[in-house]
Design a protein around this ligand. Sequence first.
Ligand SMILES: CC(C)(COP(=O)(O)OP(=O)(O)OC[C@H]1O[C@@H](n2cnc3c(N)ncnc32)[C@H](O)[C@@H]1OP(=O)(O)O)[C@@H](O)C(=O)NCCC(=O)NCCS
Length: 182
Amino acid sequence: MSARPAIRRAGPADLDRIVEIERECFGTVDGAFSRRQLRRLLANPNAYWMLGADGLAVACWLTASNGRARWARLYSLAVHPKLRGQGWGGRLLRAGLAWMRARDLSVCRAEVNALNHPARRLYARFGFQEVGRLPGYYGPAVDGLRLVLHLSTEKSAAAGDTSAGKRSQRRGRGSSGRVRNP
Ligand SMILES: CC(C)(COP(=O)(O)OP(=O)(O)OC[C@H]1O[C@@H](n2cnc3c(N)ncnc32)[C@H](O)[C@@H]1OP(=O)(O)O)[C@@H](O)C(=O)NCCC(=O)NCCS
């Protein structure tokens, strides 16, 4: 009997699961995607969805291009509150960056709520640079930060594999912040 993979690609059949994590992590106030938006995103051929932790951790990347350059945008990243601080966020990021490398995408862009310090720390560990401020991006007086990671400068410590450990702890229109398009 083969072990279930810790992280797997998600698809349209995972809609219910993902709606639930979105609500759990972002809530309505904090800008969770609606069921309709999620259904559309799950069917988007440019989107790459991943689920981990038996469906309690989710990430979504979207490829984008302007005709010449191609890059990926980290569109959503969420770990159920009861599993935070155990490395799932990092594992999903690593898996997404591996997916990018396999597609020759060397730049990852994202946005984060300036008040979302756990997410900012996680991205900094991977080498994301905060390259701009987005005033009011997450609501009145709640700024966003524009993030960029060039895979060539990805931090090797974060890129390496880590064992599961112990330690507990979006476009959010609230305090948590969120990686997401406007
Ligand atoms: C941001 C978020 C995705 C991080 O997920 P996570 O699974 O807790 O992330 P990790 O466990 O990989 O890392 C978080 C912390 O745990 C620590 N950690 C990770 N693995 C660990 C281990 N094996 N042992 C001990 N500590 C560990 C990390 O060092 C990190 O510490 P730090 O915050 O002091 O830097 C999660 O908090 C979340 O879903 N938040 C709500 C939604 C959200 O804000 N999403 C991001 C939108 S921008």
